[in-house]
Write a new protein. Structure first.
Length: 376
C-alpha cells in the first residue's frame, strides 16, 4: 500500500503564504499589487506586470483612486527609486550599492515583486558561489543514465529569468570569485546563455534584467571587473539622512514585522524607538545630536536594520515578560549587544558613552539605570 504524498503544508491547503514565516514580497503585498495593476493605465514595458510609474508608487506608497492604501516600502529620496526603476527598462542591469542595512536587499526584492511578480529568482553571492549558480548545472543521476538532455539540465535562477522574461537577483555580487562574476558578462551583454552540451542557447526574453547588490564595505574584496561594471548602472542607497526618516523607517518596519511574527500588541513605543535611533546615530556619527560632545564610534555598523532588530526584540520582551509596554529595560540589552561587538574595545566605547552622554541627559535616567544593570 502506498501512502498519499505528504501535502506541502500541514493543513493540506496549497503551499500558503499565510503560514510562511517570511512570505515573499509578492505574497505579502499581493492585494496592493493587484490594486495597482487594476488602476495602472500607463504603458508597461514588455514583460512587466506594472508600468514604471506604478512600480515607483508601490515602492514609495500612496493612496489609489479606489481608496487602496499602498504602504511605503522604501523611505528615502524619490529620485533614487525612479533612477533604479528606469534603469531596469534599459539594457543595463542595476547595481544597488551601499553600507550594510541601507535596504539594498529589501529594495531589490520589492522591485522584482512589482516588475515580475516573482522575487524568488535569487543567487546568493559568497566566496563559494560556483558558475553553476549563474549558468546551469546537471542532475547527475539523469546525466549518467540518459546523457546530456534538457531534462537533465538544472537551470540557475538567472537561466530561468532569461527564459521567462523576469528579473533575476544577485545578492552580494562582489563576494563571488571574479571568474564567477565574469560569467555574467555574456549574459548581460549578449543577453544569451549558450548550452554547448546540448547545442542550444537560451535567449533572454523581454522583461529579463538583473538586480545586483553589493556592500560598500566589501570594496576591494572581489572588485567588479571594468567589463562587468560597464554593464551596470550603479545606484547608491544612502543611510537615512535625518533622525525623523530613520525613526519612520524603524517604526513602520517594526509594526510590519510584529504583525507577521504575530507578536502580541505592544503600544508603538515611539519614545524607545527614538532612543534607539538617537544612540545609533550619535555613535555612528561620533558626536552627539546637539553637536556638543564628541564620542567614540564602535566597530559595528549600527545600521537601521539593527535598530529594527533591537526594537523588535524589545517588543518580544515587553509582551512576554514585561507589562506589555515597551520600556527602557526592554531595549537596553539589545542596544548593548548591537554596540558591543568586540567585548574589549567596544565595551570601553559603550561605557564612555553611557557616562558622558546618557547619564546626564534629561529624561534618560531610567534608560541609564537599565543599561548599567545589563553592563554588570
Ligand atoms: N530607507 C529605508 N526604507 C525602508 N526600509 C529600510 C530603509 N533602510 C533600511 N530599511 C530596513 O532595513 C532592513 C534591512 O535592510 P536590508 O535590505 O537587509 O539591508 P542591506 O541589504 O542593504 O544590508 C529592512 O527590513 C528594511 O526594511
Ligand atoms: Mg543585503
Amino acid at each position: 500500500m502506498t501512502s498519499p504524498a505528504p501535502s506541502p503544508t500541514a493543513n493540506g491547503s496549497a503551499p500558503g503564504a499565510d503560514a510562511a514565516l517570511r512570505p515573499h514580497a509578492e505574497q505579502a503585498y499581493a492585494a496592493e499589487l493587484a490594486a495597482l495593476a487594476a488602476e495602472d493605465d500607463r504603458p508597461r514595458p514588455p514583460g512587466w506586470r506594472l508600468s514604471p510609474w506604478a512600480v515607483t508608487r508601490y515602492l514609495l506608497g500612496g493612496t489609489l483612486g479606489d481608496g487602496t492604501e499602498i504602504t511605503p516600502k522604501y523611505v528615502g529620496a524619490r529620485r533614487v527609486v525612479e533612477v533604479a526603476v528606469a534603469t531596469l527598462v534599459t539594457d543595463r542591469a542595476l547595481l544597488l550599492l551601499g553600507v550594510p542595512g541601507t535596504a539594498k536587499t529589501w529594495l531589490s526584492e520589492h522591485l522584482a515583486a512589482a516588475v515580475s511578480g516573482d522575487s524568488t529568482l535569487l543567487v546568493q553571492g559568497t566566496a563559494g558561489t560556483a558558475e553553476e549558480a549563474i549558468r546551469y548545472g546537471w542532475n547527475y543521476a539523469r546525466l549518467l543514465a540518459e546523457g546530456p538532455s534538457a531534462q537533465a539540465l538544472v537551470p540557475s535562477p538567472i537561466f530561468t529569468a532569461m527564459a521567462e522574461g523576469r528579473l533575476a537577483r544577485v545578492e552580494e555580487l562582489t563576494r563571488m570569485p571574479s571568474d564567477v562574476q565574469d560569467a555574467l558578462i555574456t549574459v548581460l551583454s549578449e543577453k544569451t546563455l549558450p548550452v554547448p552540451e546540448l547545442g542550444i542557447e537560451v535567449q533572454a526574453q523581454r522583461g529579463f534584467n538583473l538586480i545586483a547588490t553589493a556592500n560598500d564595505r566589501d570594496r576591494g574584496v572581489n572588485d567588479l571587473s571594468s567589463a562587468l561594471r560597464r554593464r551596470f548602472n550603479t545606484v547608491v542607497l544612502p543611510v537615512p539622512q535625518s533622525m525623523e526618516d530613520e525613526v519612520e523607517i524603524v517604526s513602520s518596519r517594526v509594526e510590519q514585522l510584529g504583525r507577521s511574527l504575530q507578536l502580541p500588541e505592544v503600544p508603538a513605543g515611539l519614545t524607545e524607538i527614538q532612543r534607539v535611533v538617537t544612540v545609533f546615530r550619535e555613535l555612528r556619527a561620533g558626536v552627539t545630536a546637539d553637536g556638543r560632545t564628541k564620542v567614540k564610534s564602535p566597530s559595528g555598523t549600527l545600521s537601521t536594520a539593527e535598530a529594527i532588530s533591537v526594537v523588535t526584540g524589545g517588543i518580544a520582551l515587553a509582551a512576554h515578560f514585561g507589562d506589555g509596554v515597551l520600556r527602557p529595560a526592554d531595549i537596553a540589552a539589545g542596544i548593548r549587544g548591537a554596540v558591543v561587538q568586540d567585548p574589549v574595545s567596544d565595551g570601553v566605547v559603550w561605557r564612555e558613552y553611557l557616562e558622558t552622554v546618557v547619564r546626564g541627559r534629561e529624561g534618560w535616567s531610567d534608560f541609564y539605570r537599565a543599561c548599567r544593570e545589563v553592563a554588570n
